[in-house]
Ligand binder design. Structure first.
Ligand code: HEC
Length: 143
């Protein structure tokens, strides 16, 4: 190796050090970990949501399948809400399959969607990128 490569090695060493420092900062900042405890009914609703593959057609927080609409804020959307959600579940509208949920299961799904609605806004345009690289979004239940 010629002496000419020395400055590059120096630059690479500095970049590696910065990379290490950046990772240390990012992984040791515990600022934005949102912890939500779900009620037993909401957990049941979440399991029903997964086992009946609602995900394959619907999105929560923008992720999921795209045959049906995003359900993040359906609980609080104007003109929608609990009864509206329940009405869809066993009726088989358009390409949505007709399910056969009991009242208790419908309540559980509504409870789950209520908790989802409380924690997120989708689409969320109110996001800030901070100097550390974290993206801070506004949560609905944040005072
Ligand atoms: C095969 C695809 C598919 C699956 C699986 C599916 N849906 Fe749907 N869903 C749809 C489509 C398409 C619509 C839109 C129907 C319309 O606009 O008339 C819809 C509409 C809805 C709506 C009303 C949305 C709105 O904003 O008006 C709710 C609530 C809903 N689905 C809940 C569920 C739940 C809960 C599950 C799982 C138990 C589920 N869906 C499974 C396709 C699906």
């Amino acid at each position: 190796m010629s002496n000419n490569s020395r400055p590059y090695l120096f630059v690479i060493a500095i970049l590696l050090a910065l990379f290490g420092f950046y990772n240390y900062v990012v992984y040791n900042t515990d600022g934005y970990v949102a912890v939500e405890k779900l009620s037993p009914a909401a957990v049941n609703g979440q399991q029903l949501f997964q086992s009946n593959r609602c995900w394959s057609c619907h999105q929560l927080y923008g992720s999921g399948g795209y045959l049906g609409p995003d359900l993040t804020n359906i609980y609080s959307a104007e003109g929608k809400g609990p009864n509206y959600i329940k009405a869809f579940l066993n009726s088989g509208v358009k390409s949505m399959p007709q399910f056969n949920f009991s009242e208790e299961e419908k309540d559980a799904l509504v409870e789950y969607l209520k908790r989802v609605d409380e924690t997120g806004i989708y689409p969320n345009y109110d996001a800030e990128i901070e100097a550390t690289g974290w993206v801070k979004i506004k949560y609905k239940n944040e005072k």
